[in-house]
Write a protein that binds this ligand. Structure first.
Ligand SMILES: Nc1ncnc2c1ncn2[C@@H]1O[C@H](COP(=O)(O)OP(=O)(O)OP(=O)(O)O)[C@@H](O)[C@H]1O
Length: 281
């Protein structure tokens, strides 16, 4: 099933006949997809299905095996200033000689594109961003000493610092406690709704962002489907995608996907309660 958006907004990201393989590992074939400017788009799927690789292709870090991809009207390339990127979490070395506010400041320095805010404006913008992600209290702390969730909030602030046209977020809510999940999710939502920014949000947990998402790309087993959450998160659609019986249950506004690991549904999330449950939270 491949839907194109009904919106007439220009394309923010466009894949035509996209295929990607590593040796005999096929991540996907013949992907045709248009993400419109201002759309909030989620990329879902089990571990290893190719979600992060999809972003790397859009960032120009990995090349498609077949087909083409354009981002903001140009072939995907490294260093596109219209892109903000929240990479999947990696620990920052303890001895990194940089304070939290410096890390956020790097996002707005614009040294990569030759624009530089004056000192006062720069500090005000850093403060605003630190405040938005709840990081003011540790503005002067070396980043290597911060917890994983604290570092993650700085990555979010840094990615939004330059007012990007499109934001690529790779598991941006990982390691955040519930309050900060809401705060960061809300910040990205505001970026999408108030600033008209396009969001491509990679996650295996749809539930924390479910109220904001316009459409999803669901990758599994070298196959994919695209549509609204309601269109895709259905037992018959995911059964067809995984090619094994899968049940999608909606309970208290949350989606739970239940399938058989033994039947190849995919990796289980850490907080699954049964051996045969795959939960997409
Ligand atoms: N450059 C590469 N060379 C070979 N294999 C690669 C390369 N990049 C990615 N892969 C493989 O592609 C598959 C998809 O990886 P990817 O990181 O995109 O998965 P994911 O859906 O983001 O998974 P997770 O939920 O675990 O983060 C993996 O099996 C990975 O090993």
């Amino acid at each position: 099933m491949t839907h194109s958006s009904t919106s007439s907004a220009p394309a923010a990201l466009e894949v035509v006949g996209g295929g990607l393989s590593f040796g005999n590992r096929h991540l996907w074939d013949d992907l045709n997809l248009t993400i419109r400017q201002g759309e909030y788009f989620a990329v879902l799927g089990p571990n290893g299905s190719g979600k992060s690789t999809f972003l790397k292709v859009a960032l120009g870090l990995t090349q498609l095996s077949t087909g083409s991809i354009r981002v903001l009207g140009q072939p995907a390339r490294r260093g596109n200033p219209g892109i903000g990127y929240i990479p999947q979490q990696r620990g920052i070395p303890v001895n990194t000689p940089m304070r939290a506010k410096d890390m956020v400041g790097l996002g707005i320095d614009g040294h990569r594109w030759g624009i530089r805010l004056g000192g006062k404006k720069h500090r005000a913008k850093v403060d605003e961003l630190l405040e938005a992600v709840g990081a003011r209290d540790y503005a002067n702390v070396p980043v290597g000493l911060l917890s994983g969730g604290e570092q993650q909030r700085l990555r979010v602030a840094q990615a939004l610092a330059n007012n990007p046209k499109i934001l690529f977020a790779d598991e941006a809510l990982l390691s955040l406690d519930l309050n900060h999940q809401y705060a960061v999710s809300d910040l990205i939502h505001r970026y999408n709704k108030s600033d008209g920014g396009t969001v491509v949000f990679v996650t295996h947990e749809i539930n924390p962002i479910i109220d904001h998402v316009d459409r999803v790309l669901y990758l599994a087993n070298g196959r994919f489907t695209v549509g609204t959450v309601e269109e895709v998160m259905r037992s018959e659609i995911l059964t067809d995608l995984y090619q094994t019986p899968v049940s999608v249950i909606r309970s208290n506004g949350r989606y739970v996907v239940i399938g058989g690991e033994a039947h190849g549904v995919g990796s289980m999330d850490a907080d699954c309660h049964h051996d045969d449950e795959l939960e997409i939270r």
